[in-house]
Design a protein around this ligand. Structure first.
Ligand code: MN
Length: 253
């Protein structure tokens, strides 16, 4: 985890006032780099700006101090600060930038796997995950990049020539990190935030082996949605569309 700073503390700050539409998020990124703090910033629907700040105590305090003033053009009325767990970011990112839809299709073909598909520039970038995704940050799941799929395939559930498929999870996702997509994927390190029915919160996709069938690791971030020790594919095997498990579907004749 290059660039990861030493352990320190984490705070979650809510900035109230006239703070959106004034470049607050971009200035916060610059200030965070200057101070060496990690985390993220996002605009909320209620007009506030919410900031996760992690790093050495003094740097976090300095960042919170800056939030009380904000960039030129902001009129900060209040900053509410609460302690929060350190999520373990590698950079300070802007969140809340909608990227598109995602789907996870559990697929029994020659081999059993879960296909994670992320909408990027109108197509579904796809990874086959043999053990399926996990909500446990300690689980690093192999994800083999496979061919892009059309968005129309996201709705497919049933039996097809190549096997049986259920829609195991779906929803929307946000891009994370400072590097815009699809560059982040080309560089081999992509941070994303999923909003599914089963999968929720931050994940990282880290390429470990390039080549014809690039290998990646899919890793849950240590955020509020993380569930250490859980096994979401075993606990929640049903399709989010039909309620069927893959075994139910295969048993149908
Ligand atoms: Mn597949």
């Amino acid at each position: 985890m290059a660039g990861r700073k030493a352990k320190g503390k984490g705070v979650r700050a809510t900035v109230r006032g006239s703070v959106q539409g004034v470049g607050f998020r971009y200035e916060a990124v610059s200030k965070a780099h200057e101070l060496g703090v990690l985390g993220w910033v996002r605009n909320e629907g209620d007009g506030t700006v919410v900031v996760q700040v992690e790093g050495p105590d003094e740097a976090v305090d300095a960042m919170v101090g800056w939030l009380g003033e904000g960039p030129r053009g902001a009129a900060v009325e209040a900053v509410e600060v609460a302690g929060t767990k350190v999520e373990g970011h590698e950079q300070f990112a802007i969140r809340g930038v909608a990227a598109g839809v995602f789907v996870v299709q559990e697929h029994q073909a020659t081999a059993h796997h879960w296909d994670l598909r992320l909408e990027v520039d109108g197509v579904m970038r796809s990874w086959a995950v043999p053990k399926g995704p996990s909500m446990d940050p300690a689980q690093k799941r192999l994800a083999v990049q496979v061919e892009d799929h059309q968005r129309s395939h996201n709705d497919f559930e049933g039996k097809a020539g190549e096997g049986s498929v259920i829609i195991w999870d779906r929803g929307s996702y946000e891009q994370g990190g400072r590097v815009p997509w699809p560059e982040a994927i080309e560089r081999g390190h992509a941070v994303l935030v999923l909003h599914g029915e089963k999968l929720e919160g931050g994940f990282a996709l880290q390429r470990t082996r390039p080549g014809e069938k690039p290998q990646w690791l899919l890793i849950k971030r240590k955020d509020d949605a993380a569930r250490p020790g859980s096994d979401v594919v075993a606990e929640s095997p049903q399709s989010v569309v039909s309620g069927k498990t893959l075994a139910d579907l295969i048993a149908e004749s």
